[in-house]
Structures are given as structure tokens and as C-alpha cells.
Design a protein around this ligand. Sequence first.
Ligand SMILES: Nc1ncnc2c1ncn2[C@@H]1O[C@H](COP(=O)(O)OP(=O)(O)OP(=O)(O)O)[C@@H](O)[C@H]1O
Ligand SMILES: [Mg+2]
Length: 349
Amino acid sequence: MWQFKRAGGRFSQGPGAYGVKGHASYAGAMDASQQQGSKPILTITVNPALDISTSTERVSSGHKLRCGASRLDPGGGGVNVARVIQRLGGQTLAVYTAGGPTGEAYRRLIEAERIPSLAVRIQGSTRQDFTVDETSTGKQFRFVLQGPELSEPEWQACLDLVAGSMLAGGYVVASGSLPPGVPEDFYARIARLARQAGAHCVVDASGPALTEALAEGVFLVKPSLRELGLHFGAALEGEQSQVDAASALVADGAAEHVALTLGEAGALLASKSGLIRLTVPDVPVVSTVGAGDSFLGAFVLRLAQGRPLDAAFRAAVAAGSATVMTPATELCHRTDVERLEAELSNAVP
Ligand SMILES: Nc1ncnc2c1ncn2[C@@H]1O[C@H](COP(=O)(O)OP(=O)(O)OP(=O)(O)O)[C@@H](O)[C@H]1O
Ligand SMILES: [Mg+2]
């Protein structure tokens, strides 16, 4: 029997303290997860974004661009991972920061989706991201705004909350960019806390945040080709250099598993037990936003459910590809994921 521990007294909502707002049903949701025989999954998002997406006929300067209907989504790496897991029938606890009127709108969206969550209140205002589909060309324009600066007590409150909520045998998914003010070793600190708690640390990050986490050592890392190339300071052209780079991280103890995602070319998984290479199933490509988060969500959920590594990896590719079938910021649908998962399983010799 496991349960996420509630945060301690320092999160009480007195003046000057960092308020933590929890979703009312989170304890019940965790019980549901336990009944499914799944290990607990916690996600942390320090730089969430309220995703606004819309469309216009043509993006050009000098005059007003009349847009079609708009859509609001609570985005950001860890929260997206939590939303995918929820869609696939699993449960997580999503820890995230929220501030200002945007943070309030963000929190309402999370609650509307009934995602078990704890929000750390911050002084700054949660950022917004803006995606515009150009209908005349099919092009997509993505404007990613800078996040608010976090003070040391604010990011420290996030770390304390993660430390107080993670459980032995469970998974902690640290995903997304770090906002200004948060130290580059933030994910490395989470990796250290996870090791102390006997939990599996999963990281999806780029640049120094990724490099620092790898120096600490993690359970699973999910770089894109660009992110892995940046880490090694090399272009990683050609499959052999990609295999060598992913395998080197495993050999060095930087990560037990390296899932290198290659967009339309599929993904590569390097582990002590060897390499697995998967190409993508044949799907109509509508919008690739959220493909990486969907890949990671399905991967971690299947591992938490006790599925073997190769099956979890197939589910990951299936979920990434199912997300590219949906428009704008919309994530994968469960029926598509399960159909593609079965397709990939049937293709195994
Ligand atoms: N064009 C595509 N066609 C089919 N599947 C795709 C396509 N692009 C991505 N995918 C699927 O999604 C997975 C993750 O994609 P990708 O490598 O683009 O992640 P990412 O770069 O982390 O994406 P993100 O922009 O979400 O961070 C791929 O391994 C693949 O399964
Ligand atoms: Mg990514």
C-alpha cells in the first residue's frame, strides 16, 4: 500500500509562505492507481505555460491577422506527461508552479481535467505560449515566451515538495525548461533526491540542465537528436554516431536507459541489455506539438505498470505518433495509442 505523503507545515498558506494548492481528489486518484497495480508517478514542471492555439489564413506583417477559434491548454513538459498518462488510464501527481492571473487560469484548467496536482504559488506570473496554424500553407508558428523568474525559496519549495512526495519504487518525471532564477543543477538535485528515496528519476531537458542531470545519473533520459547532439557538441549525423552517443551514456552510468527520439524517423533505446530501434507507424501528420511528452508519458506509464522495457518502448513510439495525428496542441487519444501499440507489437518478429 502506498500513498503520496502530504507536504509538511512549511507549505501552509500563511502570509509570506509558499502556498500549495492540492486537487481535492488526489488521494482518491492515487488509490485508484494503486488498485491498477501501477507504481506511483510524480511529475514536476517548474516552467509551465498556458498554451493558446489558433489559426489564421496567412501570417504576415502590417495588418491585423484575423484568427479562427482558439483553444487553451495547460502545457509544459511534466504536466503534459501527466495529461497523457491520465488519458491512457493511469494516474500521476503533477507538481507545478503557478502565479498571477495566468497561473490561476492554468490551475483551473488542470482541475477541469481532474489531474491530481499540487501547485506551488509563485510571485511572478505563469507564462503563456502561442501557436498559430497557417491554414493556407499548413505551416505552424510557435511562440514560446520566457517564464517568470523564480526566487530561491520558490524553487526550493518545489524541491521540498518533490522530496516529500516521492516514494521508493515510484517514478519522478522532471521535464521541460527551467525558468530564470532556477539553478542549472535543478534536475540533478531531483535525481539525487530520487536516488535517496529509491525512486526512478526520468529526465527530459536540454542544455546545461540535461548535462548536469546526466552528471548526477538518472534512470531514464529522453533527448531528441538535437538535445543529445548539443550535449555531446556533435551533429550526430548517421545512425552509428547516434547509437554510439546513446550507448556511451549508458556505459558511463549517466543513464540506465537512453530513449533517443528521432521525430518521423522513430526512436532508439539504449540500455545495458542492448539496443532497440523502432520506426514510426504510418500515420497522417497533422501537428507534432507534444509528441515528445506523449512518448515519455506512455513509456513511464507502461514501466510503472510493470510492462517489459521493449513493450513500454513500443507504447512510447505509439503515443508519440498518435499525438502527431491530432491538431495543434491536442495530445494523443487512447484508442489511437492502443491501436498503434498493437500494430507495433504484431510487427515484432
Ligand atoms: N512526423 C512524425 N510521424 C510519426 N511519428 C512522429 C513524427 N514526429 C514525431 N513522432 C513520434 O513522436 C516521438 C517523439 O517525437 P520527437 O522526436 O519529435 O520528440 P521531441 O523532439 O521531444 O518533440 P517535442 O517537440 O514534443 O519536444 C517519435 O519517436 C515518434 O514516435
Ligand atoms: Mg522534447
